[in-house]
Design a binder for this molecule. Sequence first.
Ligand code: ZN
Length: 185
Amino acid sequence: MPLKPPPPLDRIKSMIRFAPSRRMVLFAPAALAAACAAPAGPNRTVTDAATARFADSDWRTLTDEQWRARLSPAAFAVLREEDTERPFTSPLNDEHRPGTFVCAGCELALFRSEWKFDSGTGWPSFYDVIADHIGTKTDYLIGYPRTEYHCARCLGHQGHVFPDGPAPTGLRYCNNGVALQFIAA
Ligand SMILES: [Zn+2]
């Protein structure tokens, strides 16, 4: 007995499967935008109030490729991959003029020059930060818990904060110089 030929509807469906459907064509750009909006890298799950406030920022939609095009390899490694620069390598260690230190990724102001102090660590250090402009999370990258902080707008990694800083806060924001830009007042 010969096999029954497939009904015409199944034939049509199997043909559609190999051609981009109207639905796919319509929704592909939206799906792509949604995928890009989720920041790449370890900061993906950050949900604190400061970072939530900037959730709609265009900076959040940049892809790794776009960041690579904007940043030096060293800045990309720190900002986007949470690398740590070698100590005593940043020219900002010797920056003592009045002004503002901004995120090297998106130029959001993070530190005022009067909060900078010489920690002796070889990294630009500050005892205070513009709190609304950073987010924090706990990481275990070197085996014990540390408080990581990052730009609240572009989520670029900046450094770690430790409870051994000078008065009046007692905090030490230990920042990668390559993740900052200095804007003189
Ligand atoms: Zn930023």
